[in-house]
Design a protein around this ligand. Structure first.
Ligand code: FE2
Length: 269
């Protein structure tokens, strides 16, 4: 078998490096030949090197950093990071960033005009545990219309940007996760740049109803009415004692497993 024939038999899972649907992809493609660095430089550094900022206890809960709960459906995105042989990757840094429930990013480059949520920053991080598991609590991001390089505009499906640093700073997967059952996935130009349905499916987090929480919590709340009747229940403030425990714990869980290399590798996006 020739090399060309062998290459033809390899399933392509990643979108083109320079994808006309993605302005970002145009910026990540090298335009100059590689520079060879001395062996002792940082690129041979073993283990994670994440700078000076330590992970905080609630860095993986994007819903508890405001004075009140952010607007939106609370979700837990969790899963396992494995290597090509199915071996869990422990101590990997997982980072996410996303829009709020209205589809807006807290980013000066976001000119959508959609409202920001004062209680939602939209970024979080954690490290995988000893068996490669990670977990984030956040809100389901809203879809938003995006402008593409070719001048076209199209709706993005709800998605969370997802990055994994492996065992060294040079091993990084940057991708996006989508939500099972979202009808916009069929129209999303980013995920459809992946030329293989099985590759696309690997970016779709699966509803995990068993780990979802559906609580009926607390007494019925009464709200002020226009004429002033009805009891006013003040909005709990994050600084109030016990407010973390007093929250309604309901959430929808989604499972998103990531494989870093090999035939079952999660595609870049
Ligand atoms: Fe996005």
């Amino acid at each position: 078998m020739s090399q060309v024939e062998a290459a033809d038999q390899v399933e392509v899972m990643d979108p083109p490096l320079a994808d006309s649907n993605s302005a970002v992809s145009q910026l990540r493609v090298p335009v100059r030949p590689p520079i060879h660095l001395p062996q002792e430089w940082f690129h041979t550094l073993e283990g994670p090197a994440f700078g000076q900022l330590k992970l905080g206890a609630f860095d993986n809960d994007l819903t508890v950093h405001g004075v009140a709960d952010p607007i939106g459906t609370r979700v837990r995105v969790h899963g396992k990071i494995t290597d090509s042989g199915g071996i869990p990757v422990k101590g990997a840094l997982v980072e996410i960033w996303q829009s709020n429930a209205s589809g807006a990013y807290r980013d000066s480059l976001d000119v959508s005009g959609f409202p920001l949520d004062p209680n939602f920053i939209g970024a979080g991080r954690c490290m995988t545990d000893a068996v490669g598991n990670y977990s984030f609590t956040t809100i389901r991001p809203g879809p938003y219309p995006a402008q593409f390089r070719d001048g076209g505009r199209a709706w993005r499906a709800a998605h969370i940007h997802f990055s994994v640093f492996g065992q060294s700073i040079g091993h990084r997967l940057v991708t996006q996760l989508y939500f099972e059952g979202d009808p916009l996935i069929a129209h999303d130009r980013m995920i459809n740049a992946i030329p293989n349905k099985r590759g696309q499916d690997r970016l779709i987090a699966k509803l995990d109803i068993e780990n979802s929480i559906s609580e009926s919590f607390g007494p019925p709340r009464m709200f002020p009415t226009v004429d002033g009747s009805g009891a006013v229940v003040p909005t709990p403030q994050r600084t109030d004692p016990g407010v973390r425990l007093a929250r309604n714990p309901s959430l929808l869980a989604y499972r998103f497993d990531v494989t870093l290399r090999g035939e079952r590798a999660t595609p870049f996006e």
